[in-house]
Design a protein around this ligand. Sequence first.
Ligand code: CP3
Length: 357
Amino acid sequence: MEENCEKENTKTLLECLKGRRGNAVPFWLMRQAGRYLPEYRKLRSSTGGFLDLVYDPKKAAEVTMQPIRRFGMNGAILFSDILVIPHALGQPVTFEAGEGPKLSPILIAEDFKKLNVERIDRTLEPIYETVSNVVHGLKAEGFDDTAMIGFAGSPWTVACYMIEGGGSKVFEATKYWAYRHPESFSELINIISGATLHYLSRQIEAGAEAIQIFDSWSGILNSENFARWVIEPTKSIVDALKKRHPDIPVIGFAREAGVKLEDYALGSGVDAIGIDYSMPPEWVRDHIQIHKPVQGNLDPVALLAGGDTLKKSATHILEVFSTGKNPFIFNLGHGVIKDTAPECVEELCEIIREFKA
Ligand code: CP3
């Protein structure tokens, strides 16, 4: 059709995020760079800590490129972590091998008054350089249909780690603070939102072509608090980003939001919706994909299992989402598990590439 004439040079993933469906299903995988790849483990073992790798623009760009060279995904996600924001704001963050992240917990409102948004670029500057290195690397190595994806955690999920001091199953202290003292909690969310907006803008200025906002712990909130602490802050960040960079699509991944995902799709301002593996694809097609492009939702354990399990799960997802109103991007419903065999990822790539709607 005539409206497609001028769009020959844009990338498949970006077209889908803008609501235009092509013949092929684009794909990338959350945590596609990381410990399941021998080349990552090698590079990681020659670098001090995890954050030393994240703040090394050459090495972080190399790690970002590793899965692209093997599998040719349509998206290259920046190699970094959502916890660089608390780190850059002045909260000590460490990653101990095998233990997950540790932060010195923020226990009272007085603590976060010391966080300093003005200073974040002192820490984050190398990450912007990584983005620009990846953009150049993709071009130099001929990956013309791979888009550079920048990211950040949502203010809610980042606050969870900042208050709890690390991972948790229920983040009770954070919820208690949000429910019991919403005014001071809102001040913390505003500080994180301001830092996140700046961080994402700088990633875009360095060459990121799409953005994903990870809201890993949005599922633990009831609907009223989901609206206030997930949808509202996300919308304020997305609205401000759109004013500065109207053409950059934003994917929102509100993990385990369940049926609240419909409010999120309609209220958060994001362009496309990440779908975790707990969601039935048929429900998502009928309630979410009618509004926006969707991305997901293979169970990472199905990828770990490989073989028939993988083939069956992946094909079902492809079949259902290819009948939806808006485009579909294949991805997992959460990150690649570290014991996954790279051969299973190769199998998945073939299943997606060979699929005909
Ligand atoms: O490939 C990619 O997806 C890009 C890189 C990326 C990392 N973390 C690298 C990483 C991304 C997008 C993230 C996001 C992230 N980080 C989230 C949101 C997504 C999710 O998983 O729900 C969260 C909650 C974090 C916080 C975090 N970072 C945790 C809980 C952990 C420890 C658990 C684990 O899997 O090890 C990390 C460490 C981390 N982030 C690693 C990597 C590759 C492992 C560290 C290592 O290799 O030593």
